[in-house]
Design a protein around this ligand. Sequence first.
Ligand code: PMP
Ligand code: GLU
Length: 397
Amino acid sequence: MAQVSNRLAALSPSETLAMSQKSNELKAQGVDVINLSVGEPDFNTPDFIKEAAKKAINENFSFYSPVPGYLSLRNAIVNKLKRENGLDYKPDQIVCSNGAKQSVCNLLLTVVNPGDEVIVPAPYWVSYVEMVKLAGGINVIISAGIEQNFKITPQQLDAAITPKTKAIILCSPSNPTGSVYSRQELKDLADVLAQYPDITIISDEIYEHINYIGKHESIAQFSNVREQVAIVNGVSKAYAMTGWRIGWIAAPQWIASACNKLQGQYTSGPSSIAQKAAEAAYNALQECVTVMRQAFERRRDLMVKLGSEISGFKVNQPQGAFYLFPDCSECIGKSFQGRKIVNSTDLAMYLLEEAHVAVVGGLAFGAPNCIRFSYATSDDILVEAMRRVKEAIGKLQ
Ligand code: PMP
Ligand code: GLU
């Protein structure tokens, strides 16, 4: 019988999307599920962005765009990088894709040969390790627990590098932990990586604007690694545009040209209409970003408070993104009505069935003792969700 390729057989389905789907299925059956599994802003896309898309349709932006995206969008991104990050890029160094997800995958396919090692600090976003596998690479995981605020140290990084290391994937602010590396912490990592100019630094900055400690810091600002860094970013999180599917890279010329070639054979440029919407987002005054960030910060404070009140959860103070990532080691091994919680995936399933709250088990993020709550939803819903979770956790013995 015909079978899927080995490449696909080795790939795990996305746990974040799977959990969200499970919660939607239960909802469709009439169960009152609160879905805190998927990471996407609950806000609608701002009106001025929607208007730009309507205008683009009326003005017949309906033909293939250039493969890396319209020059006008790439110029808007170049201006954004200068204005917000103090970084100089040329439009040729920007490649727009169908979301930051594709941008990360493009980069891995561009630099990784089969057998090459890619360093992935854990907890990591679920898709990184699967994309590395897709590229034929070998994941080298560095683990950072809650006691180090889920951030790796330069010593850990140095110890993980081998002659086979081809790339590292950094994510700050982080999904799933909400941790943010300070400028000094990034500089210390850059100083290690600068000694290995053949290592490409994939810097996923998709949560740039959801940062509660002030200015966003990019590792690309350090001149000793500048030629190694490929920034990944996009409009999904900052402008509540997850469904529009626009992400991009800003990278050294050779990487951008390679991604352009790859995309030219694989997907072509992303949606013309969505590109015009993204262009409007970058060219506008950034008030909408501030309003959404403030709402997320208030919810972060609420979640930290409510999470800390649950006995069995160890909670830290996330500094960005919209996730709370409690360490639930104390809950693992406990039981309810003869059902034993053996790991965090099991704990997530228990919370779905018993509390009707969907979260994602930490195993998929390389942190088997944690679970992830996405708090990109209203305060009332968060209060009710955490009440239910507290009750269900309280029943474990
Ligand atoms: N990187 C991280 C860390 C993310 O959380 C996400 C959200 N799924 C992405 C990349 C991909 O974002 P996009 O919706 O732009 O593909
Ligand atoms: N980034 C989101 C999450 O982690 C979206 C889902 C996905 O693309 O995996 O939940």
